[in-house]
Design a protein around this ligand. Structure first.
Ligand SMILES: NC(=O)c1ccc[n+]([C@@H]2O[C@H](COP(=O)([O-])OP(=O)(O)OC[C@H]3O[C@@H](n4cnc5c(N)ncnc54)[C@H](O)[C@@H]3O)[C@@H](O)[C@H]2O)c1
Length: 276
């Protein structure tokens, strides 16, 4: 997809961060928007930012983990806009906790959003993308889909899974030679609300210095790249039909580390990591 003008893009998690920046960037390119988020206020804020563009913009409060709601959103979007060309499965949450300390409910929560949300968005929009003259799926993984770190088992599990799912999908789409393609995105630290909204497992907070707010602020300080830069990088990747998009210096460093030290990195990371 080389040009977003007059196209229709559906974005999950559009009420904040990377999703919001993508909406603004796509609107500037003349792209019509179907925006969703579980957070109605955030969604309304994004809608306001793109309101004066005279584009068709729909907003829907949707929980990406809810299969029925996602099916309804995909079908309603196609009906309301007449077509869907680009889907960005962006909604995501973070969680820090050791494997032993993380409750099963927290694994269910993050898998529901970060993995099932991506599978729902991909499968439920696929017939609509096939029906359009061209279609593209963007699935947001992370640097944590390239390497693992202590305290990130849950987030790692979801982001490695998104990468595997998307790389398999890309090969299927290449083989079938049709009108749909996909890209897997691995951002490093992007300055969004992800750390502020993260779950920190209580017992983990006990082993970390400072209270939960200090820990969140510590996370937040590690996020340097603006969401606007991330959005532009993602859309450049779509235009180039890239298989993988890396964003920020950490992503390139992690990618290099994985190539050079595919397993030995596991001895190095704990040396430089407290249990986050
Ligand atoms: N910020 C980073 O450093 C970073 C790095 C790597 C990957 N990512 C990924 O980027 C994506 C976007 O995150 P962000 O950094 O913009 O964070 P963010 O917290 O600013 O935005 C995430 C959005 O997802 C929404 N959301 C949460 N749960 C939802 C649900 N169940 N259904 C629908 N929407 C839901 C939130 O309301 C929020 O608007 C996520 O998948 C995240 O894992 C972020």
């Amino acid at each position: 997809m080389k040009d977003f003008s007059t196209r229709v893009a559906a974005i999950t998690g559009a009420g904040s961060g990377i999703g919001r920046a993508l909406a603004v960037e796509l609107a500037a390119s003349g792209c019509n928007l179907a925006l969703s988020d579980i957070d109605a206020d955030g969604l309304a804020g994004t809608a306001e930012l793109v309101a004066d563009r005279k584009l068709a913009v729909t907003t829907d409060v949707v929980d990406v983990a809810d299969r029925t709601a996602m099916q309804a959103w995909a079908d309603d979007t196609a009906e309301a806009h007449g077509a869907v060309h680009l889907v960005v499965n962006n909604a995501g949450v973070a969680l820090a906790g050791t494997v032993e300390d993380t409750p099963m409910e927290d694994y269910d929560w993050i898998l529901g959003i970060n993995l099932w949300g991506v599978i729902h968005g991909t499968k439920m929009f696929m017939p609509h993308l096939r029906a359009a003259e061209e279609g593209h799926i963007v699935n947001i993984s992370s640097v944590f889909g390239l390497f693992a770190q202590p305290s990130q088992s849950a987030y790692n599990a979801t982001k490695f899974a998104v990468r595997g799912f998307t790389e398999a999908l890309r090969q299927e789409l290449d083989m079938d030679g049709g009108n749909v393609s996909c890209t897997c995105v691995h951002p490093g630290g992007i300055d969004t609300n992800i750390a502020r909204n993260a779950r920190l497992d209580k017992s983990l907070a006990d082993v970390m210095p400072g209270d939960q707010e200090d820990v969140r602020e510590g996370f937040q300080k590690a996020l340097h790249v603006s969401p606007e830069v991330a959005a532009r990088r993602i859309l450049k990747g779509v235009r180039r039909n890239a298989r993988r998009v890396l964003i920020g210096p950490e992503a390139y460093a992690v990618d290099a580390m994985q190539r050079v030290l595919p397993t030995a990195y596991q001895r190095l990371v704990p040396l430089s990591t407290k249990l986050l």
